[in-house]
Design a protein around this ligand. Sequence first.
Ligand SMILES: Nc1ncnc2c1ncn2[C@@H]1O[C@H](COP(=O)(O)OP(=O)(O)OP(=O)(O)O)[C@@H](O)[C@H]1O
Length: 331
Amino acid sequence: MPTPNHGTGAASPAAVSAAGLRKSFGDKHVLDGIDLRIPAGSVFALLGPNGAGKTTVVKILSTLISADGGQAQVAGHDLATSPQGVRSAIGVTGQFSAVDGLITGEENMLLMADLHHLSKAEGRRVTADLLERFDLAEAAAKPASTYSGGMKRRLDIAMTLVGSPRVIFLDEPTTGLDPRSRHTMWQIIRELVTGGVTVLLTTQYLEEADQLADRIAVLHNGRIAAEGTPDELKRIIPGGHVQLRFTDPTAYRHATALLTDATHDEDSLTLRVPGDGSQRSLRTLLDRLDTAGIEATELTVHTPDLDDVFFALTDDTTPTTGTTTDKETAR
Ligand SMILES: Nc1ncnc2c1ncn2[C@@H]1O[C@H](COP(=O)(O)OP(=O)(O)OP(=O)(O)O)[C@@H](O)[C@H]1O
């Protein structure tokens, strides 16, 4: 479920905007003209295969490295002319934790408060508040090296929040976490956005983008291959169909003769009828079968999901009508 502030565009001011970002490492062109617009108070997911350049985008937008070309503004500050302004408005949680394992969770937080020049009292207040919020109060006095992966990740994000950033970059926030910790992290991210923060996250997990993001961009070959809401992206990929499976070869043959737009597989006695999975198209198909007195043994509706989008956009060898996921099986 995306966040309440569906950042669909025009009305909300942009918390992050970028135009024509380019970056090469040696002769390797990693980013070849990236445009982004992330409405304030929304979650934006950057998806892409390994090595697509997701971390590079985060590093550029968080001023850790500079772009070779293009321009960007973050929280109203220009990357080129006001990098310090950008840094003061953002929080970054990278793939490699900033947590120091030798000191306690609380000490990590207090160190962060010092870096943000909070007074001792304010630092202690913010630390106690965040440790409580992130369910780390009990473990606060233990060395961070004894924390589980999920606890370290929560501490990492809590440390990011010490400076009250308006824009947060989360680079693969749930990689390596078990399903429960992943769900906890999703809840934390949703709460951040409800509080008005803007989140740019990179992820390998399509489900994560589907669950969290108001908008998703798929990065491939140095460019944004597609951008939109999860539903918009799913709509651009064909591949919805109804699969009919028969056990009676005669019924299968009759169905093949009737449904001439279907592709069929003689060996498994199955037909694939193109369709958008809507109630109307399903009813039409069932009416045609009923009228002809044909009964299928099994009917399965397939609708494209983000996996299909990802594969179709990032693998030139996969046909766009390829893999689909079973969404509903009847009979
Ligand atoms: N400092 C660097 N020097 C040389 N090459 C680099 C450097 N940083 C990144 N690259 C290369 O740039 C490409 C993009 O890397 P990046 O880490 O941005 O990808 P990514 O999409 O985040 O990948 P992953 O999902 O694996 O984390 C990769 O081919 C990587 O090897």
